[in-house]
Design a protein around this ligand. Structure first.
Ligand SMILES: [Zn+2]
Length: 126
């Protein structure tokens, strides 16, 4: 299952980013998913939800963005970046194109928002 492998990558990235104390912090994981991947954003989010059960990741949300793939046309020699499932040249319509797919998925960045405490109240007994 591809999506399981991708979710493991998200967990690994989160482990590096979040310390134990910040495990319940609000975080957004920005991931890039190839438009030619067999895994859809929906599959990925569902797998994350399933696999993160029992983990302290309530504040973590996943933002899936399209991974731009370089497409080179062998007919008109133009090149572009595609973020959708395309198998022909967007300029001349030729199907003689080369799409470079070195990556299918990666964790782009993690934005951590820690709750700011306005004041720390200390109760001293006695
Ligand atoms: Zn072309």
């Amino acid at each position: 299952m591809h999506e399981t492998r991708f979710v493991q990558q998200i967990f690994t990235a989160l482990e590096k980013k979040l310390t134990k104390k910040a495990s319940s912090a609000q975080a957004t994981v920005n991931v890039r998913l190839s438009p030619l991947s067999h895994v859809s954003a929906g599959n990925l989010l569902a797998a994350f939800k399933e696999l993160s059960k029992g983990m302290d990741l309530k504040g973590v949300s996943i933002k899936v963005q399209a991974l731009a793939l370089p497409l080179a046309c062998n007919s008109c020699n133009r090149s572009t970046l595609i973020t959708k499932k395309v198998f022909s040249c967007p300029f001349c319509g030729s199907a003689d194109v080369t799409i470079k797919m070195d990556k299918e998925f990666y964790v782009d960045s993690i934005d951590v928002k820690r709750k700011q405490r306005k004041s720390v109240k200390k109760r001293i007994k006695g």
